[in-house]
Design a protein. Structure first.
Length: 306
Protein backbone atom coordinates (compact mmCIF):
# COMPACT_ATOMS: atom_id res chain seq x y z
CA UNK A 1 0.00 0.00 0.00
CA UNK A 2 3.02 2.28 -0.04
CA UNK A 3 2.24 3.21 -3.64
CA UNK A 4 -1.02 4.96 -2.75
CA UNK A 5 -1.39 8.51 -4.05
CA UNK A 6 -3.80 11.26 -3.04
CA UNK A 7 -4.88 14.49 -4.68
CA UNK A 8 -7.75 16.84 -5.40
CA UNK A 9 -9.68 18.08 -8.42
CA UNK A 10 -9.76 21.72 -9.39
CA UNK A 11 -12.42 23.50 -11.45
CA UNK A 12 -10.60 25.98 -13.78
CA UNK A 13 -12.57 29.12 -13.04
CA UNK A 14 -11.15 32.60 -13.61
CA UNK A 15 -10.28 32.95 -9.90
CA UNK A 16 -6.56 32.41 -10.48
CA UNK A 17 -5.57 33.60 -7.00
CA UNK A 18 -7.80 30.94 -5.43
CA UNK A 19 -6.22 28.24 -7.60
CA UNK A 20 -2.76 29.30 -6.49
CA UNK A 21 -3.83 29.14 -2.83
CA UNK A 22 -5.37 25.68 -3.19
CA UNK A 23 -2.37 24.27 -5.01
CA UNK A 24 0.04 25.83 -2.54
CA UNK A 25 -1.86 24.17 0.30
CA UNK A 26 -1.78 20.82 -1.50
CA UNK A 27 1.96 21.09 -2.05
CA UNK A 28 2.74 22.17 1.50
CA UNK A 29 0.48 19.53 3.05
CA UNK A 30 2.04 16.69 1.05
CA UNK A 31 -0.62 15.73 -1.48
CA UNK A 32 0.61 14.04 -4.64
CA UNK A 33 -1.39 15.31 -7.58
CA UNK A 34 -3.97 17.75 -8.89
CA UNK A 35 -6.57 17.04 -11.55
CA UNK A 36 -7.85 20.03 -13.51
CA UNK A 37 -11.26 19.60 -15.08
CA UNK A 38 -11.60 20.24 -18.80
CA UNK A 39 -14.64 21.97 -20.30
CA UNK A 40 -13.31 24.21 -23.10
CA UNK A 41 -16.80 25.10 -24.28
CA UNK A 42 -17.69 26.82 -21.00
CA UNK A 43 -17.27 30.62 -21.16
CA UNK A 44 -16.80 30.73 -17.37
CA UNK A 45 -13.67 28.54 -17.40
CA UNK A 46 -10.10 29.10 -18.52
CA UNK A 47 -8.15 26.68 -20.69
CA UNK A 48 -7.10 23.65 -18.68
CA UNK A 49 -3.65 23.20 -20.20
CA UNK A 50 -2.76 26.86 -19.83
CA UNK A 51 -3.76 26.77 -16.17
CA UNK A 52 -1.77 23.58 -15.59
CA UNK A 53 1.31 25.23 -17.10
CA UNK A 54 1.02 28.15 -14.70
CA UNK A 55 0.48 25.90 -11.67
CA UNK A 56 3.37 23.63 -12.60
CA UNK A 57 5.63 26.68 -12.71
CA UNK A 58 4.63 27.59 -9.15
CA UNK A 59 5.19 24.12 -7.66
CA UNK A 60 8.08 21.74 -7.22
CA UNK A 61 6.60 18.36 -6.35
CA UNK A 62 2.91 18.10 -7.30
CA UNK A 63 1.91 16.20 -10.42
CA UNK A 64 -0.89 17.53 -12.64
CA UNK A 65 -3.30 15.98 -15.12
CA UNK A 66 -6.34 17.15 -17.10
CA UNK A 67 -9.34 15.46 -15.52
CA UNK A 68 -10.04 14.54 -18.31
CA UNK A 69 -9.05 16.17 -21.61
CA UNK A 70 -11.75 16.38 -24.26
CA UNK A 71 -10.20 14.55 -27.22
CA UNK A 72 -12.58 15.74 -29.99
CA UNK A 73 -11.46 19.30 -29.33
CA UNK A 74 -7.74 18.49 -29.55
CA UNK A 75 -5.95 16.69 -32.34
CA UNK A 76 -3.67 13.97 -30.89
CA UNK A 77 -0.56 15.22 -32.69
CA UNK A 78 -0.95 18.65 -31.08
CA UNK A 79 -1.97 17.07 -27.78
CA UNK A 80 1.23 15.00 -27.84
CA UNK A 81 3.32 18.14 -28.31
CA UNK A 82 1.51 20.00 -25.52
CA UNK A 83 1.79 17.11 -23.07
CA UNK A 84 5.48 16.52 -23.82
CA UNK A 85 6.22 20.22 -23.44
CA UNK A 86 4.48 20.44 -20.07
CA UNK A 87 6.30 17.34 -18.90
CA UNK A 88 9.67 18.71 -19.97
CA UNK A 89 9.06 22.11 -18.42
CA UNK A 90 8.11 20.49 -15.10
CA UNK A 91 10.83 17.81 -15.01
CA UNK A 92 8.33 14.99 -15.43
CA UNK A 93 5.27 16.09 -13.45
CA UNK A 94 2.55 15.87 -16.08
CA UNK A 95 0.19 12.98 -16.81
CA UNK A 96 -2.56 12.86 -19.43
CA UNK A 97 -6.14 12.16 -18.45
CA UNK A 98 -8.22 11.84 -21.59
CA UNK A 99 -11.74 10.97 -22.68
CA UNK A 100 -13.58 10.29 -25.92
CA UNK A 101 -15.81 13.31 -25.51
CA UNK A 102 -19.13 14.18 -23.99
CA UNK A 103 -21.59 17.04 -24.27
CA UNK A 104 -21.56 16.72 -28.04
CA UNK A 105 -23.93 19.63 -28.54
CA UNK A 106 -21.40 21.89 -26.81
CA UNK A 107 -18.56 20.39 -28.84
CA UNK A 108 -20.52 21.06 -32.02
CA UNK A 109 -21.02 24.70 -31.02
CA UNK A 110 -17.25 25.06 -31.08
CA UNK A 111 -17.30 23.98 -34.71
CA UNK A 112 -16.19 20.38 -34.18
CA UNK A 113 -18.40 18.21 -36.37
CA UNK A 114 -19.68 15.71 -37.14
CA UNK A 115 -20.98 14.36 -33.85
CA UNK A 116 -19.69 10.87 -33.17
CA UNK A 117 -21.63 7.99 -31.69
CA UNK A 118 -20.15 6.14 -28.73
CA UNK A 119 -18.57 3.39 -30.80
CA UNK A 120 -16.97 5.89 -33.18
CA UNK A 121 -15.77 8.09 -30.32
CA UNK A 122 -14.06 5.10 -28.72
CA UNK A 123 -12.51 4.11 -32.02
CA UNK A 124 -11.15 7.64 -32.31
CA UNK A 125 -9.81 7.48 -28.76
CA UNK A 126 -8.03 4.19 -29.46
CA UNK A 127 -6.32 5.71 -32.49
CA UNK A 128 -5.33 8.77 -30.47
CA UNK A 129 -3.62 6.62 -27.82
CA UNK A 130 -1.53 4.96 -30.53
CA UNK A 131 -0.56 8.32 -32.04
CA UNK A 132 0.35 9.84 -28.68
CA UNK A 133 2.66 6.99 -27.80
CA UNK A 134 4.29 7.00 -31.23
CA UNK A 135 4.99 10.73 -31.06
CA UNK A 136 6.40 10.52 -27.54
CA UNK A 137 9.04 7.98 -28.61
CA UNK A 138 11.03 10.66 -30.45
CA UNK A 139 12.37 8.12 -32.96
CA UNK A 140 14.47 9.31 -35.92
CA UNK A 141 11.93 7.99 -38.44
CA UNK A 142 8.83 10.12 -39.11
CA UNK A 143 5.61 8.86 -37.60
CA UNK A 144 3.00 7.72 -40.09
CA UNK A 145 -0.54 6.67 -39.25
CA UNK A 146 -3.55 5.78 -41.37
CA UNK A 147 -6.76 5.23 -39.45
CA UNK A 148 -10.49 5.77 -39.71
CA UNK A 149 -10.29 9.08 -37.85
CA UNK A 150 -6.72 10.34 -38.15
CA UNK A 151 -4.13 10.36 -40.89
CA UNK A 152 -0.53 11.38 -40.26
CA UNK A 153 1.50 11.19 -43.48
CA UNK A 154 4.89 11.58 -41.84
CA UNK A 155 5.56 13.69 -38.78
CA UNK A 156 8.88 13.89 -36.99
CA UNK A 157 8.34 13.43 -33.28
CA UNK A 158 9.91 15.34 -30.45
CA UNK A 159 10.87 16.63 -28.13
CA UNK A 160 10.42 13.55 -26.00
CA UNK A 161 8.75 14.00 -22.60
CA UNK A 162 10.87 13.92 -19.44
CA UNK A 163 9.24 10.69 -18.26
CA UNK A 164 6.82 8.09 -19.65
CA UNK A 165 3.58 10.08 -19.50
CA UNK A 166 0.68 8.02 -18.20
CA UNK A 167 -2.47 7.92 -20.33
CA UNK A 168 -5.42 7.76 -17.93
CA UNK A 169 -8.77 7.24 -19.65
CA UNK A 170 -11.99 8.56 -18.14
CA UNK A 171 -13.75 5.28 -18.93
CA UNK A 172 -17.39 4.67 -18.06
CA UNK A 173 -19.18 2.19 -20.34
CA UNK A 174 -18.21 -1.44 -21.08
CA UNK A 175 -16.47 -0.67 -24.36
CA UNK A 176 -14.44 2.19 -22.93
CA UNK A 177 -13.48 0.00 -19.97
CA UNK A 178 -12.33 -2.70 -22.40
CA UNK A 179 -10.26 -0.12 -24.25
CA UNK A 180 -8.73 1.01 -20.96
CA UNK A 181 -7.74 -2.51 -19.95
CA UNK A 182 -6.30 -3.16 -23.40
CA UNK A 183 -4.39 0.06 -24.06
CA UNK A 184 -4.30 2.59 -21.23
CA UNK A 185 -1.90 3.16 -18.36
CA UNK A 186 -4.74 3.95 -15.99
CA UNK A 187 -8.36 4.88 -15.49
CA UNK A 188 -9.57 8.14 -14.00
CA UNK A 189 -12.93 6.83 -12.82
CA UNK A 190 -15.92 9.14 -13.35
CA UNK A 191 -17.41 10.80 -10.30
CA UNK A 192 -20.52 9.06 -8.88
CA UNK A 193 -22.96 11.38 -10.63
CA UNK A 194 -21.80 9.77 -13.89
CA UNK A 195 -21.15 6.25 -12.57
CA UNK A 196 -22.89 5.28 -9.29
CA UNK A 197 -20.94 3.56 -6.54
CA UNK A 198 -22.53 0.15 -7.13
CA UNK A 199 -20.98 0.06 -10.63
CA UNK A 200 -17.40 0.61 -9.49
CA UNK A 201 -16.44 -2.99 -8.69
CA UNK A 202 -17.97 -4.26 -11.93
CA UNK A 203 -16.08 -1.60 -13.89
CA UNK A 204 -12.77 -2.61 -12.35
CA UNK A 205 -13.50 -6.26 -13.10
CA UNK A 206 -14.10 -5.42 -16.78
CA UNK A 207 -10.75 -3.63 -16.93
CA UNK A 208 -9.05 -6.63 -15.31
CA UNK A 209 -10.66 -8.99 -17.82
CA UNK A 210 -9.64 -6.88 -20.81
CA UNK A 211 -6.09 -6.50 -19.52
CA UNK A 212 -5.66 -10.25 -19.10
CA UNK A 213 -7.15 -10.91 -22.54
CA UNK A 214 -4.52 -8.57 -23.98
CA UNK A 215 -1.68 -10.30 -22.15
CA UNK A 216 -1.31 -7.49 -19.62
CA UNK A 217 -1.11 -7.59 -15.85
CA UNK A 218 -4.26 -5.87 -14.51
CA UNK A 219 -2.15 -4.29 -11.78
CA UNK A 220 -0.32 -2.32 -14.46
CA UNK A 221 -3.53 -0.35 -15.11
CA UNK A 222 -3.66 2.35 -12.44
CA UNK A 223 -7.14 2.84 -10.91
CA UNK A 224 -8.04 6.34 -9.76
CA UNK A 225 -11.16 6.81 -7.61
CA UNK A 226 -12.70 10.28 -7.62
CA UNK A 227 -15.06 11.19 -4.79
CA UNK A 228 -17.16 14.30 -4.36
CA UNK A 229 -18.01 15.59 -0.91
CA UNK A 230 -17.17 17.55 2.22
CA UNK A 231 -15.11 16.76 5.30
CA UNK A 232 -17.34 17.64 8.22
CA UNK A 233 -17.06 17.85 12.01
CA UNK A 234 -20.19 15.79 12.60
CA UNK A 235 -20.62 12.15 11.52
CA UNK A 236 -22.53 11.67 8.29
CA UNK A 237 -23.17 9.05 5.64
CA UNK A 238 -19.98 7.63 4.20
CA UNK A 239 -21.29 4.24 3.04
CA UNK A 240 -20.85 5.07 -0.68
CA UNK A 241 -22.08 1.66 -1.80
CA UNK A 242 -25.05 2.70 -3.94
CA UNK A 243 -26.29 5.84 -5.60
CA UNK A 244 -24.41 9.02 -6.36
CA UNK A 245 -24.74 11.17 -3.24
CA UNK A 246 -21.67 13.18 -2.21
CA UNK A 247 -19.79 11.95 0.84
CA UNK A 248 -20.41 14.32 3.74
CA UNK A 249 -18.66 12.85 6.74
CA UNK A 250 -15.86 13.23 9.27
CA UNK A 251 -12.22 12.71 8.40
CA UNK A 252 -12.32 9.35 10.19
CA UNK A 253 -15.28 8.25 8.09
CA UNK A 254 -13.59 9.43 4.91
CA UNK A 255 -10.47 7.49 5.83
CA UNK A 256 -12.46 4.31 6.49
CA UNK A 257 -14.17 4.68 3.11
CA UNK A 258 -10.92 5.12 1.18
CA UNK A 259 -9.28 2.26 3.06
CA UNK A 260 -12.23 0.04 2.16
CA UNK A 261 -12.05 1.00 -1.51
CA UNK A 262 -8.31 0.28 -1.56
CA UNK A 263 -8.94 -3.09 0.08
CA UNK A 264 -12.00 -4.32 -1.79
CA UNK A 265 -11.01 -2.89 -5.19
CA UNK A 266 -7.74 -2.13 -6.99
CA UNK A 267 -7.84 1.63 -6.39
CA UNK A 268 -4.38 3.06 -5.73
CA UNK A 269 -5.03 6.77 -6.23
CA UNK A 270 -7.77 8.88 -4.68
CA UNK A 271 -8.85 12.31 -5.93
CA UNK A 272 -10.96 14.45 -3.62
CA UNK A 273 -13.55 16.69 -5.32
CA UNK A 274 -14.49 19.18 -2.56
CA UNK A 275 -18.01 20.52 -2.88
CA UNK A 276 -16.59 23.83 -1.75
CA UNK A 277 -12.99 24.20 -2.81
CA UNK A 278 -11.26 25.85 0.15
CA UNK A 279 -7.80 25.71 1.62
CA UNK A 280 -9.35 24.30 4.79
CA UNK A 281 -10.92 21.35 2.96
CA UNK A 282 -7.73 20.56 1.05
CA UNK A 283 -5.70 20.83 4.26
CA UNK A 284 -8.06 18.57 6.21
CA UNK A 285 -7.96 15.95 3.47
CA UNK A 286 -4.15 15.98 3.51
CA UNK A 287 -3.64 16.20 7.29
CA UNK A 288 -6.54 14.18 8.65
CA UNK A 289 -7.75 11.76 5.98
CA UNK A 290 -4.60 10.65 4.17
CA UNK A 291 -2.50 9.63 7.22
CA UNK A 292 -5.49 7.77 8.68
CA UNK A 293 -5.97 5.82 5.45
CA UNK A 294 -2.33 4.78 5.43
CA UNK A 295 -2.46 3.74 9.08
CA UNK A 296 -5.59 1.64 8.52
CA UNK A 297 -4.06 -0.12 5.55
CA UNK A 298 -0.74 -0.70 7.28
CA UNK A 299 -2.65 -2.62 9.93
CA UNK A 300 -4.70 -4.64 7.43
CA UNK A 301 -3.69 -8.15 6.30
CA UNK A 302 -2.00 -8.36 2.88
CA UNK A 303 -4.28 -8.68 -0.16
CA UNK A 304 -4.19 -11.44 -2.74
CA UNK A 305 -3.23 -10.19 -6.19
CA UNK A 306 -6.05 -10.12 -8.73
Amino acid sequence: MRDLRFGFSLNPTTDIAAHRDLVRAAEEEGLDLVGVQDHPYSPALVDTFTLIAMLLEGTERLRFFPDVANLPLRHPSMLAKTAASLDLLSAGRFELGIGGGGYWSAIARMGMTPQLGRAEALSQLGEAVQILRALWRSAPEPVTFEGRHYTIPGLRSGPAPAHPIGIWIGAQGPRSLELTGRLADGRAAPIPSYLPYEKWAESNALIDEAARASGRNPQDVLRIAQLVGTITDRPGNAAARTGKAPVRATAEQWAALLARLATEQPFRTFVFWPEEATVDQIGRFAREVVPAVREMLDQAPPLACS
